[in-house]
Design a protein around this ligand. Structure first.
Ligand SMILES: [Zn+2]
Length: 394
């Protein structure tokens, strides 16, 4: 008698062509994700489901939300982002938006981060529909995660407003299907210094934006060093302390012109124990002082500091019930883990939903040329989803 494929094997078999379709949509964050969302809607509607689209303010992108199972409390949110990072400037050996199988690897942009998880969640829907669920599963797909988790807030607000309170959320970022219970948050800032142009021989007639910007950057470097020194040796993160980096600088026209403008970007990444506003207070104080000094010489000038993104950290859940439950699904008995990258998990947690990270693939493969998901991870992910469906029937 021929062996019947197990539930997990058939789920993995369904997930593979779905992953192929998802990778084929170029959902780099700068692009619209509506083609992917439309495809997922058609897939779900074909099963008699009515997914809900939550559009961005300009309508160019959308989140997708679908609940399967009885409308009761205690459901499980499966959260994933639909956008991917750019491939520009990366040396890919195959077309990034076409999934190819090489040995045991599925290569394509987003295969690991994180269309593999989306494919598994979508592939699980026929099983969720067929099972006698006592609690619902909520699939929550977002846009613009990679550029500051911008889509998730509206999605989380819709869950909080319109769905019975879920028990927990699994964010399927690539963790090799190990449970990660904490991550750092990140705040991103743009600083624009405006001075006044003059000949560099006549410093009394102008104000160099570049010179003033370097004072501000020096303060940030000092804060970065202090955060490094003050890192808690018992911190679960790598690096252990908060990190502050200046990622981009632009300013000035020539050596003999006082620069009219200089702008730079910096980010601060910190665990739940550190208040970013307090850490940055000396920088903001200096920014206000420099702003006044420039205005005294060039009233049209000054210093502008704008927040570009603010993603909260994920703090380990004190009761640890979400972590324990997802560990059971994942068969994970390893040590408690923390990730240094940010995700939407902290946003779900802030909304009162206990949240952990657990998804197929490795973050080491994410954001790189020839990003890949191991086929074995897709298969293990299918077993994870099968156990999740069973858990919802109890
Ligand atoms: Zn991701």
């Amino acid at each position: 008698m021929a062996a019947q494929p197990s539930r997990a094997e058939s789920l993995a078999g369904r997930a593979l062509p779905i992953l192929e379709r998802l990778v084929a949509f170029d959902t780099t964050s700068q692009n619209s994700n509506l083609a992917l969302i439309g495809w997922a809607e058609d897939y779900l509607r074909a099963q008699g489901l009515q997914p809900r689209r939550i559009a961005s303010a300009d309508g160019g992108k959308a989140n997708l939300l679908i609940s399967i199972g009885p409308p009761v409390e205690g459901g499980i949110v499966l959260s994933g982002h639909t956008d991917v990072v750019p491939t520009a400037g990366q040396a890919w050996t195959s077309e990034p938006f076409s999934l190819v199988r090489r040995g045991g690897r599925l290569v394509g942009r987003g295969a690991a981060d994180m269309k593999g998880f989306l494919a598994l969640a979508l592939a699980a829907t026929p099983d969720l529909l067929a099972a006698p669920l006592k609690r619902p599963a909520h699939l929550a797909f977002s846009y613009d995660e990679e550029v500051g988790c911008l889509g998730a807030p509206a999605l989380i607000a819709a869950i909080a407003a319109d769905l019975p309170k879920p028990a927990l959320c699994i964010v399927g970022e690539p963790t090799n299907l190990e449970v990660v219970a904490a991550h750092k948050g990140v705040s991103v800032w743009r600083v624009t210094v405006t001075g006044r142009e003059a000949h560099s021989a006549q410093t009394h007639l102008g104000a160099s934006a570049v010179m003033e910007a370097t004072r501000l950057m020096a303060k940030l470097v000092a804060i970065a060093r202090r955060l490094e020194r003050e890192a808690d040796p018992a911190s679960p993160f790598e690096p252990k302390g908060a990190s502050l980096t200046i990622g981009q600088v632009a300013g000035g026209e020539a050596a003999n012109i006082l620069a009219r403008e200089c702008a730079f970007l910096f980010d601060l990444r910190a665990g739940a124990g550190l208040d970013p506003a307090a850490a940055l207070a000396p920088f903001f104080a200096l920014a206000r002082r420099v702003d006044k000094e420039i205005k005294a010489r060039a009233p049209e000038g000054g210093v502008k500091v704008e927040p570009l993104a603010d993603v909260p950290p994920l703090a380990p859940d004190p009761g640890g019930e979400a972590e324990a439950f997802v560990r059971t699904l994942a068969g994970d008995n390893g040590p408690r883990r923390a990730a240094s990258f940010a995700s939407e998990a902290g946003q779900f947690q802030r909304a009162g939903v206990p949240t952990v990270l657990c998804g197929p693939g490795s973050i080491d493969q994410a954001h790189r040329p020839d990003e890949y998901l191991e086929l074995a991870q897709l298969e293990r992910g299918a077993a994870f989803m099968t156990r999740l469906v069973e858990a919802l029937t109890r």
